[in-house]
Design a protein around this ligand. Structure first.
Ligand code: BGC
Length: 361
């Protein structure tokens, strides 16, 4: 039934695309109110992580389909490169910027130039801090990502009822990424009470955000930090029960380290993004869960926002209180993140067309 519905939807989408593609006036007018026009700059942080490639290509495709020209750039996680890419976008006639920042605090100066030229800015996925040039923010509910990871550990260890104590280690993301603090904050709001009462023990003693942060969300950095933690605390056979990892790139580093250095019973490992390598690890029982953030959903919401602004209107938002970037609250659209594990990945990722079965083999 579901498959039938899906194939009907796909067929309808194909027909709609063909009609728009053929450019027949009345057909395209009936598909969308009016075609957009103008150039949109899309600045993405890096190609190293699968999710940003998907974010970028989904947005590019959907913006083009809506009638816009697109300047899509990736900055190899290098702040100076991203600043100069944005500068080029401003000087080459982009009329709106969509930016997933590398470091949320480093774009103030270049965005002053955007503001001078009245170029609206949408912060994509990561909030851009301390700049009043930011018009809107579109993201997944970052705090909810963290609470879902924390709740998962709480339930799997049955922290309410079990006596414990259980050993846990914590690996979060880049300190320059505002999201990392929300992921960490959401998870710690669930787990910290158990750490305080001694039911959860962090043997390494590494708990505060700055200590458990991972520069650039690097897999290698997470791996070498975990190597050191294992050799100092778990090499003697001490059981590690859980590792809170804020995302999949760090979870991959932790998993690699455990495979090389840890001989005990496999711990619970959390993640986020449903990157292909991590979904494979979930299927193989090496990672317990991930958070699925469907980049198609975020991309289409942002295209809707771009389209509304370009046509002189206001972008749709659903949150006007959570994200203060230091210059005031930025009106935001928060998409809902979804829990994923080995039991539901097929329905979530394969049936929805996000990945093929072959991608995950
Ligand atoms: C994103 C995550 C991603 C991380 C590393 C965060 O800002 O929200 O989805 O895993 O950056 O790129």
């Amino acid at each position: 039934m579901k498959r039938k519905l899906l194939s009907m939807l796909l067929a309808a989408t194909m027909v709609a695309t063909m009609l728009v593609g053929c450019g027949s006036g009345s057909a395209s007018e009936s598909a969308s109110a009016s075609a957009g026009s103008g150039k949109i700059g899309v600045a993405m942080p890096t190609k190293d992580l699968q999710r940003w490639n998907q974010d970028g290509s989904n947005m590019e495709a959907q913006l083009k389909e809506a009638g816009y020209e697109v300047d899509l750039q990736y900055a190899s996680n290098d702040i100076a490169t991203q600043v100069s890419q944005i500068e080029n976008m401003i000087n080459s006639g982009c009329q709106l910027l969509v930016i997933a920042s590398i470091d949320g605090d480093s774009l103030g100066t270049v965005l002053d130039q955007a503001k001078e030229k009245n170029i609206p800015v949408i912060a994509y996925d990561r909030l851009i801090m301390n700049s009043d040039a930011v018009s809107y923010y579109a993201t997944f509910d970052n705090y909810m990502v963290g609470t879902k990871q924390g709740e998962y550990i709480k339930e799997k260890l049955d922290l309410e009822n079990a006596a414990g104590p259980f050993n846990i280690e914590i690996v979060t993301g880049d300190p320059g990424d505002n999201n990392a603090r929300y992921f960490y904050g959401g998870a710690m709001d669930v787990l910290k009470p158990y750490i305080d009462e001694g039911k959860l023990v962090v043997k390494s003693g590494q708990i505060d955000f700055e200590t458990v942060a991972t520069a650039n969300w690097s897999t290698e950095t997470a791996q070498s930090r975990m190597d050191a933690i294992i050799s100092a605390n778990y090499a003697d056979g001490t059981k590690l029960d859980a590792v809170l990892c804020s995302n999949d790139s760090t979870a991959l580093g932790v998993t690699n380290s455990l495979e090389a250095n840890y001989t005990g019973e496999w711990p619970i490992i959390t993640g986020q993004d449903c990157d292909i390598a991590n979904v494979k690890n979930m299927i193989a029982g090496k990672q317990s869960m991930s958070i699925f953030k469907d980049t198609r959903t975020l991309a289409s919401k942002v295209v809707e926002m771009v389209d509304a602004i370009m046509k002189g209107g206001e972008a749709p938002v659903n949150d006007k209180e959570t994200y203060d970037n230091g210059t005031g609250v930025i009106p935001s659209y928060l998409c809902e993140p979804v829990f994923a594990d080995a039991n539901n990945y097929k329905e979530l990722l394969v049936d929805s067309g996000y990945y093929t079965e072959a991608d995950l083999q």
